[in-house]
Design a protein around this ligand. Sequence first.
Ligand code: NFS
Length: 665
Amino acid sequence: MAKKVRTAQESSEDPAAVQMLDRAIFLDIDTAFRRADNIIPCNIGAQGLCCKNCAAGPCRLVGNTLRGVCGATADTIVARNFTRSVASGSAAHSDHARGLAYTLLAAAEGDAPDFRVRDPHKLKEVAGYLGIKTDGRTTVEIAKDVALAALGEFGKPQGELTYLKRAPAKRQQIWKENHIAPRNIDREVVETMHRTNIGNDQDPEHILDQAMRCALADGWGGSMLGTDLTDVLFGTPAPVLAEANLGVLEADMVNLVVHGHEPTLSEMIVAAVQDPELIAYAQSKGAKGINLAGLCCTANEALLRQGVKLAGNFLQQELALITGAVDAMVVDVQCIMEGLNPVAARFHTALISTSPKAAIPGSMRIEFDEHHALATAKQIVRVAIDRFAMRGETFIPDIKSPVVPGFSHEYIDYALGGVYRASFRPLNDAIMQGRIRGVVANIGCNNPRVSHDSLHRYVVTEFLKNDVLVVETGCGAIASAKQGYMTPQAALEVAGPGLREVCEAIGMPPVLHMGSCVDNSRILTVLTQMASEGGLGNDISDIPAVGIAPEWMSEKALAIAVYAVASGCYVIMGGTDGPVSGSENILRLMSETWEKKVGGKLEFIAEGAEIVRRAMQHIDKKRAALNLPKYDASKWGKSGDARMPELIALPLEERIEAVYGAPAR
Ligand code: NFS
């Protein structure tokens, strides 16, 4: 493969990113885009055919080499490599959740004065799942027991994960029959590493069963606890209005960007930037105020609850710095490029690392711990303000889109049915009638091997046109937010006739932002509620739904994909041929065998049009299996008011006249 250096336009479909990529070329600044052009991926590793699990190798299984030094076959090596990645991704999500459990515990014990239970309602719900009594007890008492029970899920000596019982009964039975019900979170990660160590599990199907068990410990364990405890500590999301893309940076304000994944720090920073003393300090340095924005999943967490603006997704972290307008970028863990510091060093930007788990050479170190969280956050804001005074020339793309995020399953329930009859019935009915053809969860990363945001943009547009409701998390959600698809108006402009009617009736966007990648657990909950509501079968695998990560790159995305499959979903990973392409047998195992075993399957499909075709085919197949009417777009579109964008711009009296045909009384 010859190296090809892409132009800015070829590298991204986001116009704000393109402007910054041009500036990167002009200033000769290295970015992930350029590095991806310069590094030709190792074809053997890319297919999963390189084993470096012991010092007898690394063994590369190509040509006539059919076995590694130990005798391992290509199938075993591909399965082992893949399963290790799933363990790594599961560990990342779950360790994040562990941190939240410790924060809740510290708050309940009075050791973290800046944190408290913001959603006592959710606390009681979670207590119920964990078998903790709530009657006659204080919030603090319940919170302490919830935190301890959550921590117990990581290493309990006997039994299975408590949250498994939140799944449909049929699903729980499938896990039991296949011996893939996770016992505790840490044990499944540890056992995966053990089994894939030299000279252990040598049956690829058996290895992949462990991939499912480990991933389930993430989805119905680490991630679900992570979501629940975040809601307990910071509030369950509900819709809020915000903005997305690099245009949210302000030329005349101190710009502080939070990046990474943990909400504990970012929530404190949200509080710190509102401190009148710090605002006055910023003004004393010539700034109009302090502007907070976020990247990646930290951004999603802060957006969902606080309406903090989105500066961009994974591939925009270096680009944000290239505006020259970021005074400080504060990072914690996960998806933080090592390439950031050299870019920050070209500007006045302070790159501040905070996590005891992630040291970043060259960064300013302000270690965060929950015991004096707000004080640390204020210190960070002060650094940003001091750097503002050192700012040089800036170039902020004048590009941003409105976004209405915050669709927790609790809010969807409420939006569909109201306070007194909250229910998923209207959603199930819309799918059963065919107004909504099916549901796609479009999630996951950006990958510099793919033109930035191009596949997210393409597949989501196609699904909306075909009356498929799209729910999103992670960097996929940020891509749609930037594209302007997360407003109720977008339904009128892009959605097909049936989906448009539903969105108009409820006043919701056609693409629902459900949170960070850890919050994919919310999608499991929604699917479970749909399955138990009636009319769409009685298990997740019956629902006309597909999970897609069109531009994935992280091992966390593999963990999500596998727990979704083991929960009964068809999952498509896009952009590349995928990490198991070196073995036809493994590809078959993950599609045909897994579908027979657990009702879900995993496929890697590089190209957008083929992703859409297979997803539609699957949705229609599931509709047919449920005996639902064949999808027919011509039946819909006559109710609802397509004039909404013009109407809302009119003064009240004219609007009433336009709607009711008579002047306002
Ligand atoms: Ni998810 Fe979030 Fe983005 Fe990918 Fe990284 S930020 S946890 S891994 S790159 S979606």
